[in-house]
Design a protein around this ligand. Sequence first.
Ligand SMILES: Cc1cc2nc3c(=O)[nH]c(=O)nc-3n(C[C@H](O)[C@H](O)[C@H](O)COP(=O)(O)OP(=O)(O)OC[C@H]3O[C@@H](n4cnc5c(N)ncnc54)[C@H](O)[C@@H]3O)c2cc1C
Length: 439
Amino acid sequence: MDSICIVGASLAGIRAAQTLRSDGFSGQIVLVGDELEKPYDRPPLSKEALFDPAYNEGEPLYLVKGQDYDALELEERLGWRATSLNVEERIVEIGEVGETITKTEQIQTDAILLATGARAINIFRENLAGVYTLRSFEDCVVIRHELLALAEQVESKQAKSKRVAIVGAGFIGCEVAAVARWLGLEVSLIEMASQPLSRVLGEEIGACVADIHREKGVDVHLNTMVEGLIGEEPNRVEGLYLVPFVAGEGNGATPKTAEKEELPADLVIVGVGATPNIEWLEGSGLALDEENKGVLCDEYCLAAENIACAGDMASWMNLRYKKQMRVEHWDNAIEQSKFAVRNLLAGGTSSKSKGIQEPFAPIPWFWSDQYEHKIQLSGIPSIDSKTVEFEILDGSIEEKKFAAVFKQNGKVTGIFGLNTPRLVMTNRHLIESDFPFPP
Ligand SMILES: Cc1cc2nc3c(=O)[nH]c(=O)nc-3n(C[C@H](O)[C@H](O)[C@H](O)COP(=O)(O)OP(=O)(O)OC[C@H]3O[C@@H](n4cnc5c(N)ncnc54)[C@H](O)[C@@H]3O)c2cc1C
């Protein structure tokens, strides 16, 4: 292999480039990314970078800086978007991002790593000012500016209070709620499910997360759906229409007799999840996974010969769980990108007879910081069922300091920690032993 094109210049993309160089690859690495910033870290965007003006520039977030970056000797195409892929010939067509794409190029290469990640979903069609999703550095800068401006109005007593409405109490929504409260703003957190994060962590631990937010003064709306925005286009948003929502079989429902409630808000942040950036690969011949979304890969993260995927856009067969899965976690993007490029270096086919490493079969791991609380989750609590069962390993839910072991059919499926990060790490082997690999 003399050349590789990495499509997607973020966490998975840059870690792949670093791995190639540290493993001695001296050929050409073309790095294509549709953002102008050099590869940067996203987790701080919903945490410290959301209130701290030290993050006015992207530089503090860069994943590789200065000389270390130069030493990678990348052929950068930042501000260029991949628009199509010829799988047989291994040609990536790219276009310079602008109002319309006028300048295009073709990159012919020996191997390709696809790492185009995901983008935030916006559920609103209305075009109102003051409504945002949070995925990129650019989003973070705009939202920070809005949050600080509202906080300033409250502090200088120009306004008695200002309210941020957050749609979706997932990890990002909960983290934004924490930052907004810390800035002295009123916060409403709106969630369709019966508890925040209950789909992942179950009702009881979800209720504990809801309590954390209530204790900090967040107005938590559960079993509630946002029906629309209040405001006249293109003016500023004035609030949200809320209706009750009953989660259930299928997609759940809103009772027919339900009355709309109006929730005034000065700023709306939509945190309802992300969808992979894979549309540009439609018609390329690569299989796309309907169920998990993402590009369909085998257990070696290969989508085709000499074409691998990593990070938020990859749906691969995790043999540890015998499931096709797509994982939107920081740690997964790193480990999968290292694995995937090493596989390309080794020949880029699934065949073990060519001396390729073991399949990629990790136990997922994730963290979240909300206020002073540190959340960690290792494993997949409800891997084979919709119900989540757990036992407390240490501490207690009441004191908001505990480690819990998730179990299913006698197997340990996950370890959760609230303010007990060490216990999560030291007890990971409990999952390993119940999900042995090779299976
Ligand atoms: C606000 C926020 C907070 C987070 N916090 C945590 C956390 O606390 N803990 C945790 O474990 N994980 C967290 N994550 C998740 C973690 O950051 C992601 O899993 C990780 O960024 C995935 O990396 P990636 O390289 O696969 O994709 P991305 O980071 O999405 O990068 C993909 C890149 O490809 C670019 N791209 C897309 N399409 C094209 C195209 N056609 N051509 C060229 N370029 C393209 C995108 O613009 C982007 O730059 C957070 C994510 C966000 C957004």
